[in-house]
Design a protein around this ligand. Structure first.
Ligand SMILES: [Zn+2]
Ligand SMILES: [Zn+2]
Length: 155
């Protein structure tokens, strides 16, 4: 979980953004950011909705969707499209840059860092006359064993 101090910095960053864009700074919006820090993982809007209402927060899906959109606009959240219908989000500050491996059977998401991928990114951009900034790589695969993937029955 993000430390208290980090959460305060994010809240300040979010309030500044809302003020600058002339959006209202509501307790509800700030509370959503608190709950996201508790999850400390990738999540979909629906998962956040269930998490919050399970904690007794009465918050509508519409508020969750609009707040996730604002948090993505100001780069506090990173939005991923892994597969399927719904986007996944995570706090941008959670982990240094990393890539994702996604099981197409059970939807398990594993994060990894692989420096040789950074080197390939830099080399390709350089060869084509670009200055690399960042990249996003998703590897779609299936879990090896039925114990890690409930949908895998190959063993
Ligand atoms: Zn991630
Ligand atoms: Zn799996």
């Amino acid at each position: 979980m993000a430390s208290l101090n980090q959460i305060d910095v994010l809240k300040q960053q979010f309030s500044d953004f809302l003020r600058r864009k002339k959006y209202r700074i509501t307790q509800e919006r700030i509370n959503i950011l608190d709950r996201i820090a508790e999850i400390d993982d990738h999540f979909s809007a629906d998962e956040l909705y269930l998490h919050m209402n399970g904690q007794g927060d009465k918050v509508s899906r519409a508020t969750i969707y609009s707040t996730l959109d604002l948090l993505t606009q100001c780069s506090i959240l990173t939005k991923h499209r892994f597969q399927g219908e719904s986007a996944h989000f995570e706090l941008s500050s959670r982990m240094p840059h990393h890539d994702h491996l996604i099981c197409t059977e059970c939807g398990r998401i594993v994060e990894f860092r692989e420096e040789s991928i950074d080197a390939i990114r830099d080399r390709v951009a350089d060869r084509l006359g670009f200055r690399p900034l960042h990249h996003s790589l998703q590897i779609f695969a299936v879990c090896h064993s039925p114990t890690t993937c409930v949908h895998n029955t190959s063993e």
